[in-house]
Design a protein around this ligand. Structure first.
Ligand code: FRU
Length: 504
């Protein structure tokens, strides 16, 4: 693996011409994704400034970007736009770390639309000559030509009573109180993850610290909370955050998590009171820094979430190809019976192309080209070649099932899922993967489902798997770097009663 010097990590990009060659090289990778936002070069991490402009009917999404290769260093915001959350247009660099306040990176943040303008709040990661960090909360305006105009001065600097780790502003407007709020993820001096709240009556000035939001029961839960947000979905509030430096049951050695907690928010009393336990946003191995799009309330009755399909400090197979990371497929967040449901963004189904396979009474719309075996089929269960990108709609009759995803024609390699209906237990393993992905964090997951699994909607891209269970009850996400040339390209299904597979 490449060793990066500090100089290489903090080398500014003066012109996109400087990465053209790298970009051409990366285009030849078999792991470039078909329907996921991915970095043109270098490393992508958090989704930032995600917002729906209801006037132009355009989604704006930025990603944290390090242009030169697969490492963390001087971060930019790279801008993408979309009309449907499926097809994305490249809008170029959004925010450059080119001022004193963000001299060592334009770190994560959020956006809001007010008075017809889109404002962006981000963390200016400033370091002095002794490498001492000061985190500023900075403001910029996204203009109609997609250029970004920074405000000259930060809105506020760090709180001295806390550690240097204060970042990732999430802004919202509270209609009832007639105030804007920003929450910042922070690490206290005694190593507690926490939330700092700022308030103002004007989105662009006059911000004052209001204090710490008391998230009841989470007073000692990890040392730092990254990328926090509180989303109102229906009548419920969902607190989404990334606690760090904490191990959680069933998650091996992983110490960076993306969780959510449903509860009641009272900004006057400065409390968030959970109404249940925390849950992992994803059953899988790679989801972090999730963010919901702002300004969707007037148009949609659900929230839209995107997350980094990666983890801090993890390494991926494409690191040697000088790129890493992608975003998850956007998900719709709904609340039903007090529970959070995550569904694939509905427009992805419009992108369905020809039917690849079908079996059982899954449908009758046309050909079942290639239906059945992949050729040299071994034991029980059928094998299908995974054409990526594709979507597979699977149904079971509340029975046991097994899936080997991206295995070879003998069932070796790949990711396996096995479900035991009598205990409603789903076991997931990536222990057999030929190209291992951070095995030191643990390769197994075991989850007891509340309802029997009866439906799976699977999205396979060239280097990722996303499976939505029971119309959004749970989601499983993983990167995967199949060795297709040596046969790691099949899906083996056992116990699945019917399915349809379409190209995307
Ligand atoms: C989360 C994070 C944020 C920070 C950004 C820097 O992945 O560490 O807290 O703003 O990435 O790229």
């Amino acid at each position: 693996m490449k060793e990066w010097t500090k100089e290489e990590r903090y080398r500014p990009l003066n012109s996109l011409d400087e990465i053209r060659e790298l970009e051409e090289k990366i285009k030849t990778s078999p792991f470039r994704q078909g329907f996921h936002v991915q970095p043109r070069t270098g490393l992508l991490n958090d989704p930032n400034g995600f917002i729906y402009d209801d006037e132009t009917k355009t989604w704006h999404l930025f990603y944290q970007w390090f242009p030169w290769g697969a490492t963390h260093g001087l971060k930019y915001w790279y801008h993408m736009t979309s009309k449907n959350l499926v097809n994305w247009e490249d809008a170029g660099i959004g925010i450059k770390p080119d001022t004193d306040m963000d001299n060592k990176g334009a770190y994560s943040g959020s956006a809001i639309k007010c008075n017809g303008e889109i404002y962006i709040y981000y963390t200016g990661n400033h370091r002095d000559e002794n490498w001492v960090r000061t985190a500023y909360t900075c403001l910029a305006k996204l203009k109609s030509d997609n250029s970004v105009e920074k405000f000259e001065k930060p809105l506020f600097g760090p709180e001295e009573d806390y550690s240097e780790h204060q970042r990732d502003p999430k802004i919202w407007y509270d209609e009832k109180l007639g105030k804007y709020f920003i929450i910042i993820g922070a690490r206290s001096k005694d190593d507690r993850g926490c939330l700092l709240v700022y308030e103002s009556e004007d989105a662009t000035q006059g911000w004052k610290l209001k204090g710490e939001l008391n998230v009841k029961g989470y007073e000692a839960f990890g040392k730092m909370w990254e990328c926090p947000s509180i989303e109102k979905i229906g009548d419920s509030y969902v607190f989404i955050f990334c606690p760090q430096f904490i191990k959680l049951p069933g998650r091996g050695e992983v110490t960076n998590h993306n969780l959510y907690v449903i509860g009641d928010l009272d900004m006057e009393k400065m409390t968030f009171t959970p109404t249940g336990d925390f849950k992992h946003l994803d059953l899988g191995f790679e989801v972090y820094a999730a963010a919901c799009a702002a300004n969707t309330e007037k148009t949609f009755d659900y929230k839209v979430l995107s997350a980094w399909m990666g983890l801090p400090d993890a390494v991926y197979y494409t690191d040697d190809e000088d790129w890493s990371g992608c975003l998850t497929l956007p998900r719709e967040l709904h609340i039903k019976d007090g529970k959070l449901l995550q569904k694939p963004i509905r427009n992805i189904f419009d992108a369905k192309k020809e039917m690849l396979y079908s079996e059982g009474n899954a449908g009758d719309n046309g050909s079942t080209e290639n239906s059945g075996d992949a050729g040299s089929v071994a034991s029980a269960g059928k094998y299908y070649e995974i054409k990526a990108p594709s979507v597979w709609e699977l149904a079971t009759e509340n029975d046991d099932f097994n899936m080997e995803i991206f295995c070879d024609a003998d069932g070796n390699g790949g990711i396996s899922l096995s479900y035991d209906a009598s205990s409603s237990c789903l076991k997931i393993s990536r222990a057999k993967l030929k190209r291992k992905i951070n095995p030191e964090y643990g390769e197994e997951r075991e989850v007891i489902f509340e309802n029997a699994i009866s439906k799976l909607t699977c999205f396979f891209d060239n280097s990722s798997i996303e499976i939505f269970f029971n119309d959004g009850e749970e989601v499983f996400t993983s990167r995967i770097f199949p060795d297709r040339e040596n046969g790691e390209k099949y899906l083996k299904l056992e116990g699945i009663k019917k399915f349809l597979a379409y190209g995307l």
